[in-house]
Design a protein around this ligand. Structure first.
Ligand code: ZN
Length: 73
């Protein structure tokens, strides 16, 4: 039986100002690097980190997750 590879790409729309807190960088809850970005619960989190997190959840198990952060920046 052939193996199945699933590619999950998640792109969040964080254009709303609620996702940005000017001048107050805090440690990202995922990667610990300071960020002024905030998730929907107002916790410090990079958009790319949140996207990878969601992609991992969606593709839990056999999925192969593409981390495109290097490409996007
Ligand atoms: Zn991060």
């Amino acid at each position: 039986m052939a193996s199945l590879r699933v590619l999950v790409r998640v792109r969040l729309d964080w254009s709303d100002p609620q996702h940005y807190e000017h001048g107050r960088p805090l440690s990202c809850r995922v990667c610990d690097t300071p960020t002024t970005m905030r998730d929907a619960q107002r916790r410090a989190c990079h958009q790319s980190c949140a996207e990878v997190e969601i992609a991992r959840e969606l593709g839990a198990g056999e999925a192969r997750i593409a981390d495109e952060r290097e490409v996007a920046r």
